[in-house]
Ligand binder design. Structure first.
Ligand code: TYD
Length: 241
């Protein structure tokens, strides 16, 4: 128990046990390093669910609410280089608290399927495992911020950090690495992004039931098909199909 506690990750496993609320909607998050293609896949999944006539809400973090979008601007502003990791963690969790209480919970209570482009695992990884801040504290603050709401399924798009950054550079400028600016997070050094990739894999290894890891280096259509295969299983289990 002590070793588990020291890692900080024990909080996630413990609280997940008391978080099962059968009968409500289905909460799914997308995670992964920058440039892994989460946004594309979340959108494709939304379209596929809607084509079946299922009620679906797609949102993103940081953001998704007017307050959250304002916090997003603060967080991603490239001129705020001096922002501490603790400040970051608190701002991300503030945006998340607003999103969960005003958008996600009400949608789940209506029985909808909620797709969230990033969620609290991003804080555990970017501010904790890669950013070096206290993982247990980040987990606790976020469980408080979200009323202990965890996704039923977290789709982790796994991509080598360098490839993810290259994809972003191409998409944003169509030009060479040297001319690319990126947002405040994207500007961090490669080793940070490598810790991010490893951090997500570490979380996934600890919570095998919640995480579904998909290699994201393939063409979007191949990735989409793998996600859909997994989704069919869950949708059937939950009685949507
Ligand atoms: P965004 O442009 O949405 O990137 P992406 O499309 O890769 O999700 O910017 C979000 C950035 O914020 C991303 O680099 C990851 C970072 N982030 C954290 O550091 N902590 C968090 O809790 C969240 C939600 C995001």
């Amino acid at each position: 128990m002590r070793r588990k506690r020291e890692s900080g990750l024990w909080v996630m496993g413990e609280l997940q046990k008391i978080n099962k609320r059968p009968g409500e909607g289905l909460f799914i998050s997308f995670e992964g390093p920058d440039g892994a293609g989460k946004t594309t896949q979340a959108r494709l999944l939304k379209e596929q669910l809607e084509a079946l006539g299922l009620p679906v809400l797609l949102t993103r973090e940081p953001g998704g609410t007017p307050i959250g979008e304002a916090i997003r601007k603060l967080l991603l502003n490239p001129s705020f280089k001096e922002m501490t990791v603790i400040s970051e963690a608190l701002l991300y969790s503030a945006a998340r608290a607003q999103l969960v209480s005003t958008l996600i919970r009400p949608a789940l209570d209506r029985g909808e399927i909620v797709l969230c482009d990033r969620y609290l695992d991003s804080s555990l990884v970017y501010q904790g495992l890669a950013g070096g801040e206290d993982l247990e504290m980040i987990a606790k603050i976020n469980l408080w911020a979200t009323g202990k709401l965890l996704p039923a399924l977290t789709i982790l798009l796994d991509l080598e950090a360098r490839r993810g950054l290259e994809r972003l550079q191409k998409a944003e400028t169509g030009a060479a690495v040297e001319t690319w600016q990126g947002d405040r997070v994207e500007q961090k050094e490669l080793s940070f992004h490598q810790r991010v990739q490893q951090g997500f894999l570490q979380l996934a290894a600890r919570e095998k039931e919640r995480f579904f890891v998909v290699p994201a280096g393939d063409k979007p259509e191949v990735v989409r098909a793998k996600i859909w295969h997994k989704m069919q299983e869950i949708l059937t289990q939950k009685g949507y199909l």
